[in-house]
Each structure stands twice: as C-alpha cells, then as structure tokens.
Ligand binder design. Sequence first.
Ligand code: IPM
Ligand code: MN
Length: 361
Amino acid sequence: MRLKVFALPGDGIGVEVTREALRVLRHVCNKWNHELELTGGLLGAIAIHQEGTPLPELTVRLAKQADATLMGAVGHPDFDNYPPHLRPEAGLLGLRKALGVYANLRPVKAYPSLLDSSPLKNHLVEGADMIIVRELTGGVYYGTPRGITGEGAEMRAVNTMTYTRPEIERVARVAFRLAQARRKKVTSVDKSNVLENSQLWRLVVTEIARDYPDVQLDHLLVDNCAMQLVLNPRRFDVLLTENLFGDILSDEGSVLAGSIGMLPSASIGDQLPSGAFAGLYEPVHGSAPDIAGKDIANPLAAIGSVAAMFEYTFGLKEEASNIEAAIQTVLASGKVTPDLRPSGPPASTTEVGEAVCAAIG
Ligand code: IPM
Ligand code: MN
C-alpha cells in the first residue's frame, strides 16, 4: 500500500516523540512492504517563529493532501501572554477545524505492567479499559462571540459554548459505533443541570441511541464523572462528551494509564468513500517545555498514535496490533522513560523508540 503521511512535530517534546513515532512508522512500512511518502511541515510556535503564523497556509494544504497527519505537540512559554488567536495552540485548533476532524478518540487503558506507575490503588485501576470520544471542532473552543472588552474595572470576557443538533449527532454516532465493537456501553457526559447547551446534548444523544438498540446508554454529570473516573474507572466503556469536558477528563484519565505520556489519540471526521478516515493523529500530552530537548519524554503516546493511524486511516489492523503488542512488550521489559517511574534506570526517548522497533522485529 502507498501511505501518504504528513508530519508536524511542532514544539517542545513534540519534536522528540515524533522522531520516534516516525522511526516506528518507517520500520513498519519496511517490514510490511508499504511505500511511505512522508512530508513535514510547520505548526505552532515553530511556525510563528519561522512564518509569523501558527498555521501557515502550506501546512493546511499539505495536511489536506495527505492521507493522514501525525502531530507532535504545540505550545511554547514565549507566547504565554498572547491572546488565544496568536498563540501556538491556535494552529492546532485551526488545523482540526480545517480537516473537519470532529471526533477525537482517546483510548485509556490500564496496562498490567504499569499498575504501579499509577498513583491510584492497583485494585481500582486494574482492568480499566475505555475510550473517550471527545467532540473536537465545536463547543466553547470555537463559539462566538468571544473576546475581552473594556478597561480596568470595566473589563469583561466572553466565551460562547455552542452546539448544533448535527454537530452532536455525528459525534454521537461515532461513539455508538465504537461501542458496538466493544462492551456496548456509552456514557454521555454533560452538565445538563446547569447548561442549556448540555440539555441539547443529552436530548440529541438520547435520540441517536434509539438507532443503536444493542448499546446501553447512560448519562453522567461532568463533576460526578470526574469523580467516577478515579473511584470506579472500570464502569466506563465509551465515554462521549463535548470538547472542553473531554479535554479535561482525558488528562484525568491518563492517571489510570500511569502517565499522560501513554495516551495516543485519533482525530477523525466523516468516512471517505473508500471506507477510510482522513485523520489527524496526536498524542494527548502537550509540549512539556520543562523537559524538552532532554531525550527523556515518553514517546509511547506518539507511537500509539501511529498504531491508530494504521487502524483508522489505512485499515491495516495487523500492523496496528503489532505496534500495540510491541508497546506492551517494551512496558513489560521495564525499558521506560522516567514519567513511568521504572524500578531500574530510566530509558531515553530514543531507546524506547528503538525498543519498540526491535519488539516488532
Ligand atoms: C489537547 C490539548 C489541546 C486542546 C491544546 C494544545 C489546544 O490540550 O489536545 O488536549 O486543548 O485541545
Ligand atoms: Mn488537553
């Protein structure tokens, strides 16, 4: 198969983890005889520094031409005091919107060999296996009006949380279809005791559920959900929620996996006529400027995102499951980065990437 992949390492540790993800991508392409057409581009702070904008037009064009885009991370302390539309993060938000990837799939798994890496008690975490489906191109991240007006005591800031019925419907369908291939349970998370926006969310999700009678639907308020994630994580199969809630809950969920450096993600939109999904693949973690450039960042979230790319965009399940199995092998071997608190000496980013390739064979 011919795989057209566009890489956007971005900022901070994005550069190092993407390097290792691409090592694994090349390795898998060699082993299974796929022809890899790889291009690279600029996104985030590096794009602001070099091109004066977090999302250059060329980046959008190349991402649209590719089958799949692999993103590292965006964010840089240089821009901490900038307004949102001039920050590195605006590049990623613009790219998600431009690609129409409205469903962000964030699998959260407690790996047996990492139970001790989680600060939570083993008996609570053991066996947890869920996928968070986060709506990605709507809600308060994109709603207008927005902005800061006035001066001094008159200053006022506005953001708008907005969803339309079709925006909720399409992401809900992604969640129900995923649940059909899993334990057949969707938990929809909202704040419908306070927000009209959430009331519409709950109404539409409940309606869509009728098309999937084999899937059981329940609803949780987001504050309770935040608690249940650490009290009783095994109760979740597919967790469906809006953009901001999903951003927050997925960082919390990463504690179950032992480290945020473990969480891959796939951002997908509508299915193409071929059955594939044009996708944006991004580790859940950020650019972590404090540890950038030290070769200590965990590349497994980025490598897991390559596995997700094989699965969703290329429909190559064997390649995907081989990468996932290799990740498990490396975890069990104890050759892991410091975030996973290994009992022996920690491995470097590069060593982990090499170990995954070796485990694939
Ligand atoms: C994420 C990140 C992004 C988000 C930032 C970098 C804009 O936190 O992917 O979870 O908030 O969506
Ligand atoms: Mn986040």
